[in-house]
Design a protein around this ligand. Structure first.
Ligand code: ZN
Length: 499
C-alpha cells in the first residue's frame, strides 16, 4: 500500500465515524424520544472521542507530514488537496490541547442554559460572565491555533478557511453603506407593502406536499435523501447518496415552510452533487460555510423570491390554497414575499436588511477580539448600531443583544458566513445570467434543473478540492466583489418599490 492509499483509508474511516455521529444527531433532531437524550449524549461523546483519537494518531500525523512534503509530481492535484484538507483539520485538532477543548465544551453547555435564562428575564448582566469566559477561552484557542493580526482571524478561519478580518471588514463596509442608503430610499418610497396575505390560513399538509413538488423540480434526489420536520430546519449529509433536509410548517405562514425547504434544498443539492470519487475522503463535503450558504441563498432568494419562478409556480400554489389566495394576484403575492422592513430579530429579517444584522455582529465580534470593546459594553454598542444601521432600537435585551443562541456556545466568527453566502450568491447569479441570456425564460417555463446542472458542473462536483477564494475566481473570473449584491438588491427592490 502506498502512503497515499494508507492516508485515504484512514480518511475513509474518519468519514464513516463522522457520518455515524451525524446520523445520531439527525435522529436526535427528528425522531428521537425525549427520554433518550442522556444516552444519546454518551453515544455521541464516545464516537467523537474515537474520531479525535484517530485524527490525532501519530501515524496519521506522519503520513500527513510525509505527503505534504512530497514533490508535486508524486501526487495528483486532487490527492494534494486531500492531504491539504486532512492536514488542516488535524493541525487544529492537535494544536488545541484536549483540556482546553473540554473547557470550551463545558462552557458551551453551561453557556446555553445561562443564556436561555438570561433571555427569559431579559437581563444581559446574567449572561455577561458566561460570555466573557467564552471570549477568553476562544482567545486561548486562537493562540493555540495561531494567527496573524487579530485572534479573530483564527476563529474566522475555522468556518471560512483563509478569510481574514481585514478583508471581511472592507467588503462589509461597502455593503453596509449601500444597504443603509437603499433602505432609506425604500422607506421613503410612496409604495409600501405588507405580509398580511402570507399570514392567512395555509393547510399544513398541502404546504408540505408543495415543498416536495418544488424540491423535485430543483432536482433534489429523494432516492438519495429525505425531508422530515424539525424545530429548526437544517441539512445533514452522511454521503452524497444520503443527504437529508428538514423543514418546519406553520399554519399561519404561507411562505416559511416553502422558503425553508428551498433553502435547505440548495444546501442539499451541493452535497448530493459532490463527485462519488470524493465521497468518504477529506474533499467529500462543501468547501466552506460561505460557499455553502451561497447555494441555499441562490435558490431561496435569487430564484425562489423572483417573479419568473412564481410565474410558473403561482397558478399551482394558488390552486393548492384557494381560501388564502383566491383573491390574490401574483404581483401582490410577490410583493408580500419581498417586503422590506427593518426588524429587531435577525432570523425574521428580509433580503435587504438581513446583511445589516450580520455586519453588526461581525463588527461587535471584531471589537471584542481586537480588545476595542468589553463584554459589559455590548448592550450599548448593540443598540447604537441598530439605530445607525436599521433605524430601530430594541427596548429589551431579549430583543437585542440576547436574541441569539450562537454566542452562548462559542460560535464566534461564524455569523459572517451568512452575509458571505449572499455576496457569493449574487456574484454567481450575475455569471449565470451572462451565460444564460434566457435565464428568466427558463424559470418561467419551470426549468430549474439547468441551474442544478450548472452548479453541479462548476461547484458541487469538486467538494473541497478548491478553497472558496479559488472557486469564486474559477467560476466567475474574479475575487469576491460586493458590487454584485448591491446592484442586484437595488435593481430588484427599486423595481418592487417603484424607486
Ligand atoms: Zn443555510
Amino acid at each position: 500500500m502506498t502512503a497515499m492509499e494508507d492516508l485515504i483509508e484512514r480518511a475513509q474511516e474518519l468519514a464513516d465515524i463522522g457520518a455515524a455521529s451525524a446520523v445520531l444527531a439527525w435522529d436526535q433532531e427528528t425522531m428521537m424520544p425525549a427520554k433518550a437524550i442522556a444516552s444519546r449524549a454518551f453515544q455521541l461523546a464516545t464516537l467523537q472521542g474515537i474520531y479525535h483519537e484517530r485524527l490525532t494518531h501519530p501515524a496519521t500525523g506522519d503520513l500527513v507530514a510525509r505527503l505534504s512534503d512530497a514533490p508535486p509530481s508524486v501526487l495528483s492535484a486532487t490527492e494534494r488537496a486531500m492531504v491539504r484538507e486532512l492536514k488542516r483539520e488535524r493541525d487544529r485538532a492537535v494544536k488545541v490541547p484536549t483540556e482546553l477543548v473540554k473547557r470550551v465544551a463545558e462552557a458551551a453547555s453551561r453557556g446555553i442554559e445561562i443564556w436561555r435564562h438570561a433571555r427569559e428575564i431579559s437581563d444581559f448582566g446574567a449572561f455577561q460572565p458566561a460570555l466573557s469566559e467564552m471570549v477568553e477561552l476562544k482567545k486561548q484557542v486562537a493562540d493555540c491555533v495561531g494567527y496573524e493580526g487579530t485572534p479573530y482571524n483564527a476563529l474566522l478561519d475555522e468556518y471560512e478557511p483563509g478569510l481574514t478580518q481585514t478583508q471581511t471588514a472592507e467588503v462589509f463596509a461597502g455593503l453596509r453603506v449601500h444597504t443603509v442608503r437603499l433602505l432609506g430610499d425604500l422607506q421613503s418610497s410612496f409604495r409600501s407593502h405588507d405580509r398580511a396575505i402570507l399570514e392567512r390560513r395555509y393547510d399544513p399538509d398541502r404546504q408540505l406536499s408543495f415543498t416536495v413538488d418544488v424540491l423535485k423540480s430543483m432536482g433534489y434526489d429523494f432516492q438519495a435523501g429525505r425531508q422530515d420536520l424539525s424545530t429548526h430546519p437544517f441539512t445533514t449529509s452522511f454521503h452524497p447518496q444520503d443527504v437529508r433536509i428538514t423543514t418546519r410548517v406553520q399554519e399561519r405562514d404561507g411562505a416559511s415552510a416553502l422558503m425553508g425547504s428551498i433553502h435547505e434544498g440548495g444546501h442539499a443539492l451541493y452535497e448530493q452533487g459532490i463527485a462519488l470519487a470524493l465521497a468518504r475522503t477529506p474533499l467529500g463535503s462543501g468547501t466552506s460555510l460561505g460557499i455553502h450558504e451561497s447555494q441555499s441563498r441562490l435558490w431561496e432568494n435569487f430564484v425562489g423570491r423572483s417573479d419568473p419562478f412564481w410565474e410558473y409556480f403561482y397558478p399551482q400554489f394558488k390552486s393548492a390554497f384557494p381560501d388564502a389566495l383566491g383573491d390574490v394576484e401574483r404581483d401582490d403575492f410577490l410583493r408580500a414575499l419581498n417586503v422590506v422592513s427593518p426588524s429587531l430579530i435577525r432570523v425574521e429579517a428580509d433580503e435587504v436588511t438581513y446583511n445589516l444584522h450580520i455586519i453588526l455582529r461581525f463588527e461587535i465580534e471584531s471589537m471584542l477580539f481586537g480588545n476595542d470593546a468589553r463584554v459589559a459594553d455590548l448592550p450599548d454598542i448593540w443598540n447604537t448600531k441598530m439605530r445607525d444601521y436599521l433605524g430601530i432600537v430594541p427596548t429589551t435585551a431579549a430583543d437585542g443583544v440576547l436574541q441569539d443562541i450562537h454566542w452562548s456556545f462559542g460560535a464566534l466568527g461564524y455569523f459572517p458566513t451568512y452575509a458571505l453566502g449572499n455576496l457569493y450568491a449574487a456574484q454567481l447569479y450575475a455569471t449565470l445570467r451572462k451565460q444564460f441570456p434566457d435565464f428568466d425564460d427558463r424559470l418561467r417555463s419551470g426549468d430549474l434543473v439547468f441551474l442544478r446542472e450548472w452548479l453541479r458542473d462548476n461547484i458541487h462536483q469538486f467538494g473541497r478540492t478548491y478553497t472558496a477564494s479559488e472557486l469564486i475566481v474559477r467560476v466567475t473570473g474574479e475575487p469576491l466583489n460586493p458590487t454584485y449584491l448591491t446592484t442586484y438588491l437595488r435593481t430588484k427592490y427599486g423595481e418592487l418599490y417603484g424607486l
